[in-house]
Design a protein. Sequence first.
Length: 196
Amino acid sequence: MKVQASSTRVKLLLRAYEGEIAAGSRVLDIGCGNGLISRAVATTFGCEVHGADIENLLEHDMPFYRIADGRVGAADQSFDVAMFNDVLHHIEKPHQAGAIREALRIARRLLIFEQHPTITAKVLDVVMAYVVYAGKEPLPLSHRGPDDWRTLITSQITPTCRVKPVAEPMLYPLRHYAIIVEPAAETGGVTARPVR
């Protein structure tokens, strides 16, 4: 079944990332799915986008990295930007900090686009997982709100992150926000902190 992202969702994501992706950047879309958003990001910001996921479902031609055992097969700091677009809530909470560390191993900064933890968001995830992805998509429903993400990131990974609110269009069922994560300059990278 061919899956199309909501055009409203894509527009919200692109608006959230304005000023965050420089033209000519190398960007890794972690959890890229069919590549629709990857392609929109590449076209809008004039950057080179590669995809990474646990399974190659790309409908667009782009370089692809398989994710195995929580590790992406890309070299350290080989990308300017990594993105998680509505992906982190598909990872069990005890593994989310590790996924963020892995993204920051690969890229100099990380952009996260997520949904607020509402009942609507969780119901739509269940529908997408079973109807569209035939039950192949992980479904822990481990949504977090912006403050919860900020606490996780600043306490376990790096002290530098900021939340960007995303405008809520009328009659659109989901509420989104973006988080921009940059490793602390003084440490030269991700702070090694124990996972709790």
